[in-house]
Design a protein around this ligand. Structure first.
Ligand code: ADP
Ligand code: MG
Length: 403
C-alpha cells in the first residue's frame, strides 16, 4: 500500500512540503502547447496550500543533461501554474542556489514556490548514486516532508524521485494514487482481448518493452516512428524514415517470441511518406514495403501510417475489451500526418471496456485533435512509467512510498 497524503491531511499547517510534480509540458518557442500535466498536478498542490502548508513545487522539463538550458526553463510553467491555481506562485530561477534558498525561507502558510528545472543540476539524473544522494540532501533542507506526485517519473531512480523520498517522510499525492489505481485494473483484472498500441519517437525505449509485454497481451499494434525499425527488421528499405539500426535484433527476438506465444503483432500495410520533416512537405501514400520507391526516393520519410493501416488498427482496437495506447501513430503536430493518430484515438473511444491513453505527447495529441477527455477510460500523464508498470517491473519511485 502506498503511504497516502490523505493520512496526514490534518497535520499540514505550517509544514514545509516539497511536492515532486511532473510539469514536463510540450513547449513551442516558449509557449506551452498542452498544459494537461499542470492541470493534473493542481488538486494536490491546492489541497496542500488550503491545508496551510508551505508548498515547494519541484519538477523536471525535457532533457537538459545537467546544466541550465534556456529552452528548458520552468519559467513559463510558473506563469501557467499561477493562472490555473488562482494564487501567486513565486518562481526561483535555481534549484539549490540563493534564489531557491531565499524563496523557500520566505514562504508563508499556504504559499507556493516553484523551483527551476531539477535537471539543470547534474545530481538529479546522475548515474552515480553518491551524486544523486548529495543533491537530494540539499533539496531535503527545504522540506519537512515530500509528496511524490510526478507519476511520469516514478520509473526513474532519480534524486528527487527516489533518494529524496528516503530522506524525508514521503507520501503519494492524489495523481500518483489515481494513476496506480487505473494501472492496477489493467494488470489484475484485464479483460480479454487485451491490446497494447505503441508508437511515438523513443524507439529504443519502447522496442525494449514489447518483449516484456508479450506474455501479458493478445495483440500488439505498432505504428509511429518506431515502426520503421520493425519494417527494416523485416527486410524493407525505409529510406530516410526514423531508424535505429542497433535495435534490429531486439525486433527479431520479439517476433519469434510472439510467434511462440501466439500473440498477434499488427503492423501497417501502408505508410504516408513525405519529402521531408516539415508541416508543408509533399507526401504520398505507399505500401509499407515500397517506402524507398515513393517519388521522393531515398529522401522519403514515413511520417504517418496510411489510411488502410488506420482502418485495420481501428478494427483491432475497437474489438478489444482492454486497450492501452502509448505513442502517436505519426507526426500528429503536422495536420497532414495526424490521420493515423486520429483514427486510433477515435477507435479507443469506441472500446467496449477499458481504454487508457498514456504518455505526454499521446495525451497532448488526443486533446489537440479535439477529443473529449471523458471519452477515454483514463488519460495517464505517464508513458514510460505506465509501460514499465504494465510489464510488471517494480518502479523505484513507487517502491519508496510503500510501507
Ligand atoms: P509519448 O510522449 O506519448 O510517450 P513519444 O515521446 O515517444 O510519445 O513520441 C511522441 C513523438 O513522436 C511526437 O512528437 C511525434 O511527432 C513523434 N512521431 C510519431 N511518429 C513519427 C514518425 N513516423 N517519425 C518521426 N516522429 C514521429
Ligand atoms: Mg514524449
Amino acid at each position: 500500500m502506498l503511504r497516502s497524503l490523505k493520512n496526514i491531511a490534518d497535520d499540514l499547517a505550517g509544514k514545509r512540503v516539497i511536492v515532486r510534480c511532473d510539469l514536463n509540458v510540450p513547449l513551442k518557442e516558449g509557449v506551452i502547447t498542452d498544459d494537461g500535466r499542470i492541470r493534473a498536478s493542481l488538486p494536490t498542490i491546492r489541497a496542500l496550500s488550503d491545508a496551510g502548508a508551505k508548498v515547494i513545487v519541484v519538477s523536471h522539463l525535457g532533457r537538459p543533461e545537467g546544466s541550465p538550458v534556456e529552452k528548458y526553463s520552468l519559467a513559463p510553467v510558473a506563469f501557467r501554474l499561477e493562472e490555473l491555481l488562482g494564487q501567486p506562485v513565486v518562481f526561483a530561477a535555481d534549484t539549490v542556489g540563493p534564489q531557491a534558498k531565499a524563496a523557500t525561507k520566505l514562504l508563508e502558510h499556504g504559499g507556493v514556490v516553484l523551483l527551476e528545472n531539477l535537471r539543470f543540476n547534474p545530481g538529479e539524473a546522475s548515474k552515480d548514486e553518491t551524486e544523486r544522494q548529495s543533491f537530494a540532501e540539499q533539496l531535503a533542507t527545504y522540506g519537512d516532508l515530500l509528496v511524490s506526485n510526478g507519476f511520469g517519473v516514478v520509473h526513474r531512480k532519480q534524486a528527487s524521485v527516489y533518494e529524496l523520498a528516503k530522506l524525508l517522510p514521503s507520501y503519494a499525492g492524489d495523481l500518483v494514487e489515481l494513476e496506480v489505481s487505473v494501472l492496477e485494473k489493467l494488470t489484475e483484472q484485464a479483460q480479454r482481448p487485451y491490446t497494447v498500441v505503441l508508437g511515438g519517437a523513443k524507439v529504443s525505449d519502447k522496442l525494449g518493452v514489447i518483449e516484456h509485454l508479450l506474455p501479458k497481451v493478445d495483440k500488439i499494434v505498432i505504428g509511429g516512428g518506431m515502426v520503421f525499425t520493425v519494417l527494416a527488421a523485416q527486410g524493407h528499405d525505409v529510406a530516410a524514415s526514423l531508424l535505429e539500426a542497433d535495435q534490429l535484433n531486439v525486433v527479431r527476438n520479439f517476433f519469434s517470441q510472439a510467434a511462440d506465444l501466439g500473440v498477434e503483432i499488427v503492423l501497417p500495410t501502408d505508410v504516408v511518406v513525405a519529402s521531408g520533416f516539415s508541416p508543408d512537405a509533399s507526401f504520398e501514400t505507399v505500401p509499407a514495403n515500397e517506402i524507398a520507391n515513393s517519388s521522393f526516393g531515398a529522401a522519403g520519410m514515413g511520417l504517418d501510417i496510411g489510411p488502410e493501416s488506420a482502418r485495420a488498427f481501428a478494427e483491432a482496437i475497437a474489438s478489444s475489451k482492454t486497450v492501452f495506447w502509448n505513442g502517436p501513430m505519426g507526426v500528429f503536430e503536422f495536420a497532414n500526418f495526424a490521420g493515423g493518430t486520429r483514427a486510433v484515438a477515435q477507435a479507443l473511444t469506441e472500446v467496449n471496456g477499458l481504454a487508457v491513453v498514456g504518455g505526454g505527447d499521446s495525451a497532448a495529441a488526443v486533446r489537440a485533435l479535439g477529443f473529449e477527455e471523458s471519452a477515454f477510460g483514463h488519460i495517464s500523464t505517464g508513458g514510460g512509467a505506465s509501460l514499465e508498470y504494465l510489464e510488471g517491473k517494480s518502479l523505484p519511485g513507487l517502491e519508496v512510498l510503500n510501507d
